[in-house]
Design a protein around this ligand. Sequence first.
Ligand SMILES: [Zn+2]
Length: 425
Amino acid sequence: MTARQAAVLVPLFIILATILMVSPSGSIPAAAAASDPGKVPAEILTHFTPEDIVRGHAYAVGRYWLFAAGTALRLAALALLIATPASAALRNVAVRLSPARPAVAVAIYIALLVLIFELLILPLGYYAGFVREHAFGLSTQTRAGWLLDRTKGALLMLALAVPLGSLLALLWRRYPGRWILPAWFLGGAAMVVLVTLAPVVIDPIFNVIRPLRDPSIVQRVIALAGKAGIPVDQVYEMDASRRTVKGNAYFTGLGRTKRIVLYDTLLKGSSPDEVELVVAHEIGHWKRAHIWKGIGLSLLGMGIVLWCSARVLGWAVRQGRFHLAGPADAAGIPLFLLVILVLSLVGLPIQNAISRTFERQADRTSLELTGNTTAFIRSEVQLARSNLADLTPSPLVVWLLYTHPPVAERIRMAETFATGRQARP
Ligand SMILES: [Zn+2]
């Protein structure tokens, strides 16, 4: 198979796999599920209407498709850049713009790559993030607001990709054949710095985030933290309602920037008991150091990715068919990114299985801290409804794409927890 054939066949294969995965044979067709209770988990039948099931499934299936289409598009673009003279031509344009300064030429080349990708993915992003979100009544954003977000995102991408990509190309030049270790070290350091700074530098670019003000909830949070034995004093609320009706919360940052952030949509749509449950879940992530564990696992992944990409780049240069001037040619960056993308797809089920384990642990902690299974189930149902969760996902979809356990499993877990407590003397 030639590189050009591979550029077409690999994305086709992914699309085909997705069709098989989300087609009715692969999952419970929503309409049938709604009318045939035998196929729907009991927890779902108890807490949701057939309309909830149909709507959630319809919204989710489109999202699975869009994930496949976006991935195929990125794979095809990277493969085409490297299999044709396109990447080398782009590098030549950059060199012509800055002939005397190779480092500036590399920076220009990376900026061009980022812009091409942003434009390429823009129509799909617009459909997924604006058109479809409005069609399902989830978005509260104007077209101008959406475009502003997108522009900010692209500028942020440039601000990160240009220095990091330039640094990588510099390592290729300085340490030919030995750049993996310094790249690993610098990449790891960049990751820790980014995770630390994101809550105070990146997140405020997109949202207004301020300390939680409702005194009754603040009091509950302090009490919960005391019970958990961790110093949680950083709870914030974010103006998510400027964008969406979906509710959510997250735990972010490192060291002094560590914090729990609650969407204002969650605060508005939930009772104090339910908010407490969500905070207790985030405290679970905090208590079990999931951010540090995540960083450790990412470092491991980064090592594997760098090692593999060094092998592939070396092979491509030896082949002499990829228009690369040598092992340090910045025109090889799309190949480097292609290796990252392919490996992250291969690693996705592992990464998501770990994420689901973390989520189960946080769920468990939230129940232990509050003992409130009723509020747990109510908040689970409320969030699933407001976020249009797929209530009957196929096991294959869960295995591949789910960062959280499915709704039915989380409800079942809470019910089992309640039974366990009653059984205890
Ligand atoms: Zn969580």
